[in-house]
Design a protein around this ligand. Structure first.
Ligand code: BG6
Ligand code: GLC
Ligand code: GLC
Length: 811
């Protein structure tokens, strides 16, 4: 029964799927439209252009000194209206002194032009006498919401009817002329100067009276369209190069030349072909109120035909065009607060959606999360608030990013990610590159991760000794960069106190101790090699620094791997716990700890709680446990168990393998979400987990993976957007251009994580232009960079001291 429900839902989804446009598709559409805007403006390309880009001869926005009484006509939207309007200069307001709505019957909409204009003139006459305006000859503004080629403000040739109008003998004629003739035919009133405007232009102008920066007018009503102020030099069909002119894009016509073929559905084609003007205003027919209800009706009919709705029983009413007006959509969505897609799914009682729902974070929720994190960043930086802060905001004593003059040979250690590595690194000044001369991965057993500190550091020293002898470096004493990817309180670059273990490490006797000291002691215990000065770096810092060598605007380091974290360049004046006001210092946010004080209570699910409570460190790094590679697989596994318990998967049959913690590693998620091979991978993985699955199960498992990884990407995006905004605000900038160096298996290996993350950052931080560069071997190289920068700075301050000494001697 349940599987049957799922099958239905999947079938419903496959009917609705073509209506779901991805961010990628939207970008393509935007690119195509941009091309069409330019084509429409061109002198020679215009005649073939689907998007007409019509000059309106409106050259300036209201400046607030306009005033007087006017008549206004408004034709082309839901209602036809006549108005008496007063523009008041002092108050900067437009008053409506009177208005009247006249109905326009279907007969008139499809009759002759003479009938239409006679009807308009009759309404006008009626209104004028009801308002006692008969003796006056008022100027008239005519909002005529159809595509018109204007020669001047009072001459407007109708190119073509849209939106259900099709009066004969009007296309190709001047609307002003037709109106005047109709008024003359009556002879019982007069009108003054007539100005023709499209509804978009009217909208922009009326808003522009209140807010002078209003320079786009947008209509999403019966039809859809926009106008905007274009530079005259680009309006090739009108003479003159200076200033701006309002252009009525008529974007409703986008796609009329076939451009939108890839996104058009069979239902869209039916809508177009059964419309009064087939082939005209394709884009509008996918968007506007005149068509939305009909789109829904046709979808409902299709779902009924496939027996996915209404027990497959047809209703003559539903089969009749126009019986599902667009306002029904608003009514249904208002009622339920959910999109129609969800409503359909709810009707089918898909309980697995209910189970997954808490993992789907809305943009609104992400904005709230970002606001909360911003508060926590500030709290972590504060002198007196720091000790209570969940987000630790640790000073790193890295004050400058590489300047490209660093060089030399270094050893590097890299502990805390998927692998523990030892590296021999060369920084080459001339080529601006960091070369890895040799590297070795050493395994760290679970025993060591949970053993004593001494065992851990002896193991590290042993790996180092091994490597040094294999590289013939025994006689040298190289400086060492130690990428140690855990939260440490640094006092200086070579003193770093572990605050607490995270990510499955829990060696005794290390928290609260200086890592440099513990490493040096272990090296001394062996006595068979020496190391030079040690610089401690977090992996985020290493990543930022190694990318910073290539791109000097890189000032954020981001890790989404076993754990998650970011560092960024903060203004010294805000780093209250370190003396000095000038310049910047890199801050290791340790955002993994966000939520440890309960801040994220509202978005945490029961599954998150289980993950936390069964972890080695309950209550610690709550945010990280929702995002990073160490936990994603386990989140999916627990969800699969829950869905099985609710008999929504695997016919409700439990498998001991699936019930065992750790049997669903995070890499399974990437494999299952792979666009082409994903479903096949899912089947292979489900077989290995000994669960009795069918085709529907495989799809639901994929949906679960997608839900969990997508939440991770969105949470990360919210956090990164917060950091980017922080930098922007710090520098008093309206717009920030910045680069993020990124590393970590989740970011690198998951098929669409990086796309989703980047798209969400753009959405959540629209004022920040963030470039992502992938760090290759970032932490190892970065540790060397930090060491090199520290050496450069030490050398510079030496030189400075020497030259101070010199000048004293000269004195
Ligand atoms: C690696 C670094 O490139 O990225 C590690 O060398 C870092 O130090 C890691 O922790 C993060 O990714 P993961 O997925 O290995 O934890
Ligand atoms: C149609 C018309 C256009 C109008 C829009 C919104 O697309 O062609 O002129 O602006 O509808 O009403
Ligand atoms: C954990 C560590 C942090 C590290 C991150 C990514 O959150 O606490 O220091 O940067 O993992 O590896």
């Amino acid at each position: 029964m349940c599987v049957c429900v799922c099958v239905c839902v999947l079938q419903v989804q496959s009917v609705l799927q073509p209506f779901c446009l991805s961010v990628h598709q939207l970008r393509t559409i935007s690119d195509l439209l941009m091309k069409d805007l330019i084509k429409g403006l061109g002198k020679h390309s215009h005649h073939k252009a689907a998007v007409k880009m019509l000059p309106t001869f409106v050259r300036s926005m209201p400046d607030g000194t306009e005033h007087g009484d006017f008549l206004a006509l408004d034709l082309g939207g839901t209602n036809f209206r006549v108005l008496h309007v007063r523009v008041l200069e002092e108050e900067k307001v437009v008053d409506i002194l009177g208005s009247q709505t006249c109905s326009i019957s279907q007969d008139i909409m499809l009759g002759t032009g003479e009938q239409l204009f006679d009807h308009i003139a009759a309404c006008l006459a009626d209104f004028i006498s009801s308002q006692n305006l008969k003796g006056q000859t008022l100027p008239l503004g005519f909002t005529f919401s159809f595509s018109c080629e204007q020669k001047k403000i009072d001459e407007s040739i109708l190119l073509r009817w849209t939106k259900g109008f099709n009066c004969s003998g009007v296309e190709g004629r001047d609307i002003v002329q037709l109106l005047k003739e109709a008024v003359q035919r009556r002879g019982d009133f007069t009108i003054g100067f007539v100005a023709m405007v499209n509804d978009t232009v009217g909208t922009m102008m009326s808003c522009g009276y209140r807010d002078q920066s209003c320079e786009i007018g947008l209509i999403i009503g019966t039809g859809t369209n926009a106008c905007y102020m274009e530079e005259m030099r680009n309006v090739k069909r009108v003479e003159g190069e200076d200033g701006r002119m309002c252009i009525n894009t008529e974007w409703g016509g986008f796609g009329d030349d076939g451009t939108l073929e890839n996104i058009i559905t069979d239902i869209n084609r039916t809508i177009d072909q059964t419309s009064i003007k087939p082939g005209v205003h394709i884009f509008e027919k996918m968007i506007s109120g005149m068509y939305l209800g009909e789109l829904v009706r046709l979808l409902l009919v299709k779902l009924t035909e496939q027996k996915l709705l209404f027990k497959g029983q047809r209703s003559t009413t539903l089969l009749t065009a126009g019986t599902f007006p667009t306002k029904f959509i608003s009514e249904i969505e208002d009622g339920k607060g959910a999109a129609m897609v969800t409503a359909v799914a709810q009707r089918l009682a898909l309980q697995s959606h209910l189970v997954l729902q808490p993992f789907c974070l809305s943009v609104h929720q992400l904005r709230t999360i970002s606001d909360l994190l911003m508060k926590d960043l500030i709290k972590g930086l504060g002198k007196h608030s720091h000790h209570k802060a969940a987000v630790k905001m640790l000073p790193t004593f890295v004050r400058s990013t590489p300047d490209g003059t660093e060089h030399g040979d270094f050893l590097a250690l890299d502990l805390g990610g998927t692998n523990f590595r030892v590296l021999h690194v060369r920084v080459l000044e001339e080529e601006k590159v960091v070369d890895i001369l040799g590297s070795q991965t050493c395994s760290i057993s679970q025993d060591i991760m949970l053993g004593t500190g001494e065992q851990l550091f002896d193991h590290i020293a042993a790996c180092l000794a091994d490597f040094i002898s294999s590289q013939n470096l025994k006689e040298q004493t190289l400086p060492l960069g130690f990428t140690f990817s855990f939260p440490c309180e640094q006092k200086k670059i070579d003193e770093s106190i572990l605050i607490r273990w995270t990510k499955g490490f829990n060696c005794s006797g290390v928290e609260g101790r200086d890592i440099v000291q513990l490493l040096k002691e272990a090296v001394q215990r062996r006595g068979d090699f020496t190391i030079g000065s040690v610089a401690m770096v977090n992996d985020t810092v290493g990543t930022m620094m190694s990318c910073g060598y290539r791109d000097q605007s890189c000032e954020i380091g981001l890790i989404i791997g076993t754990g998650t974290n970011a560092c960024y360049m903060e203004e010294m004046r805000n780093v209250k716990r370190v003396e000095g006001e000038d310049g910047r210092m890199c801050i290791n946010t340790e955002w993994g700890g966000f939520g440890d004080d309960g801040t994220l209570e509202n978005i945490i699910t029961d599954i998150d709680r289980t993950i936390d409570q069964t972890s080695i460190k309950p209550g610690v790094h709550i945010f990280e446990k929702m995002i990073s590679g160490m936990y994603l697989g386990e989140l999916v596994r627990l969800l699969l168990v829950k869905l099985t318990e609710q008999k929504l998967l695997f016919k409700g049959q439990r498998s001991t393998t699936l019930l065992t913690a750790g049997t669903f590693p995070t890499k399974f998620i990437s494999e299952i979400e792979e666009p082409l091979s994903g479903l096949e991978n899912a089947k292979r993985i489900l077989s290995s987990l000994n669960v009795p699955y069918d085709f529907v199960d495989a799809r639901i498992v994929r949906l679960v993976c997608d839900t969990v990884s997508s939440r991770s990407a969105r949470l990360c995006a919210a956090a990164l957007a917060t950091v980017a905004n922080r930098i922007r605000v710090n520098r008093g900038l309206k717009h920030l251009k910045t680069t993020v160096g990124v590393d970590g298996t989740v970011y690198k290996k998951h098929p669409n994580f990086s796309d989703e993350l980047q798209a969400m950052v753009r959405l959540l931080a629209p004022d920040c232009d963030v470039t992502f560069i992938l760090s290759q071997d970032g932490s190892g190289k970065g540790a060397a960079m930090v060491t090199a920068v520290a050496q450069r700075l030490a050398l510079q301050s030496h030189l400075l001291e020497d030259s101070d000494g010199d000048s004293e001697e000269e004195d």
